[in-house]
Design a protein around this ligand. Structure first.
Ligand SMILES: *[C@@H]1O[C@H](CO)[C@@H](O)[C@H](O)[C@H]1NC(C)=O
Ligand SMILES: *[C@@H]1O[C@H](CO)[C@@H](O)[C@H](O)[C@H]1NC(C)=O
Ligand SMILES: *[C@@H]1O[C@H](CO)[C@@H](O)[C@H](O)[C@H]1NC(C)=O
Ligand SMILES: *[C@@H]1O[C@H](CO)[C@@H](O)[C@H](O)[C@H]1NC(C)=O
Length: 428
């Protein structure tokens, strides 16, 4: 087929409009990459320098790999992990004696959304599973060693309610060896601080469900369905993390609202017309890179450690593991045994996490809990928790309709996440 003839004036017009398109694209990119309106013009250059960094980083890594001896001085380490052992690959082993490491009623810090026994959970096997990596053993959690090494230091978990659960689990694992009058737990807005006074150590939690700034940042009032984030803005939160010695980040659940995220290009309270929609994975990538950039600039790798906990899976549809057609985690009392099982967790987000950390200079240790938690359909709080609002007769007649298949009972699965963190912190 012949293409229709075109006059030279219309071709000039299309060159012009292509030119216009390129300019608007550059401006668009500039918007995305600049934290504030003011640095719009720096945007595109920032972009190309990031690519530049990546291409030279490969060589830098090879160079470091040649100097294995130097790698030995990882801050906080007291030993080495077994070479070639992937802690996150393995199986759940039932351990009646060895687990749990504390009792639900013995730890007063567990929030009523996670105390399953006191809310009537009839079974307790979910507390007795121990994670067994395929090629090595997890070091046993030693609370004294942990507190000794945190002497005069701050450890902070930053993220959403799942990270809050992991924070509480850590406090429960430690609090037993601290006398009653030398510990305290206090909350100031987004920050909750557990103090071990004799050690002058704190374990803290900071609420920032997207890590970057969002309209869901209020630690109490944040049940917002129309979520909006500023993917390049982190300092509003990060100023509360500055100077912390051990940081543990997570962010995932709040991004899972659909295919797209709403991104605000400018401050909240300003012109809300500057909201664009972006693919969730891309928005997530921007936020993660912003966090990594902050770590690179603000954390001293010879004195501090930074961790990132991967996605916490949920168990909303039992068909996925060969269960009933309309079931979920409700009434589940045993782990999934099919080692290939992978539920609804986003593989795309996992890929983004891998890519962003591979390309970063900042040493961030991934606590890859997703696969091992996928097996734990039995470990959720389900209906055995304090409810936000009274249940209707219809709900009560159909318990699975209000089961929480996102959060986890304590003691339980999240203690294992901390055992893995402990292993990576002291035996890297
Ligand atoms: C725990 O760590 C402390 C301090 O390093 C040490 O003295 C103690 O022997 C350890 N306990 C066990 C059971 O290994
Ligand atoms: C207590 O720990 C903080 C850091 O969390 C440190 O700045 C301070 O100097 C320590 N105080 C003492 C008395 O060791
Ligand atoms: C819960 O599970 C048990 C045993 O697997 C089964 O007998 C019971 O009918 C289930 N209950 C509900 C409400 O699904
Ligand atoms: C986390 O572990 C899973 C299962 O072993 C693996 O498929 C995934 O690639 C890992 N993610 C990263 C970012 O390493």
């Amino acid at each position: 087929m012949k293409s229709p003839p075109s006059s030279s004036s219309s071709s000039r017009r299309s060159t012009l409009s292509a030119y216009f398109l390129v300019i608007s694209f550059i401006l668009f990119v500039a918007f995305l990459y600049s934290e504030d309106f003011a640095c719009v013009l720096r945007g595109p250059f920032l972009f190309s320098s990031e690519i530049q960094d990546y291409s030279t980083r490969k060589e830098k890594n090879d160079f470091v790999a040649g100097e294995e001896e130097k790698e030995a001085v990882v801050p906080f380490s007291v030993g080495r992990g077994k070479k070639g052992c992937d802690l996150f690959e393995g199986e759940w082993v039932y351990d009646e004696e060895g687990r749990p490491q504390y009792e639900e009623e013995e730890c007063p810090y567990i929030q009523p959304q996670l105390t399953c026994q006191v809310h009537g959970r009839p079974d307790s096997n979910y507390q007795h599973w121990r994670w067994q990596p395929r090629r090595c053993y997890l070091p046993s959690f030693n609370a004294t060693l942990m507190l000794e090494n945190l002497r005069g230091k701050r450890m902070m978990y930053v993220g959403d309610s799942l990270n809050r659960g992991q924070f509480v689990s850590m406090v429960c694992l430690l609090h037993r060896i601290i006398p009653e009058n030398s510990k305290s737990m206090e909350t100031f807005d987004s920050l909750t601080v557990f103090k071990a006074k004799d050690y002058n150590a704190t374990i803290e939690f900071y609420w920032a469900p997207f890590l970057v700034e969002s309209n869901s940042d209020n630690a109490v009032v944040h049940r917002i369905t129309d979520r909006i984030v500023r993917v390049r803005s982190i300092n509003k939160h990060a100023r509360h993390w500055k100077g912390v010695d051990v940081l543990v980040f997570n962010t995932y659940l709040w991004w899972m609202t659909g295919q797209k995220m709403k991104i605000l290009q400018g401050p909240f309270g300003g012109d809300m017309k500057n909201v664009i929609e972006m693919e969730t994975e891309e928005a997530y990538r921007f936020a993660l890179r912003r966090m990594v950039k902050w770590v690179d600039k603000n954390m001293n790798p010879s004195k501090t450690r930074v961790f990132f906990t991967s996605m916490s899976p949920s168990h909303e549809t039992s068909m996925g593991w060969g269960g009933a057609r309309d079931g979920n985690c409700y009434n589940e009392t045993t782990p999934i045994t099919d080692s290939n099982y992978w539920g609804s967790s986003s593989k795309g987000i996992m890929r983004v996490i891998g890519e962003v950390f591979d390309r970063s200079n900042a040493p961030i240790t991934l606590i890859n809990i997703t696969q091992l938690s996928e097996y734990r359909k039995d470990a959720h709080t389900s209906i055995y928790k304090k409810q936000w609002s009274p249940l209707t007769p219809q709900q009560l007649a159909n318990p699975k309709s209000y089961a929480d298949c996102v959060h986890w009972c304590l003691p339980g699965l999240q203690d294992t996440w901390n055992e893995l963190l402990y292993a990576k912190l002291f035996f890297p």
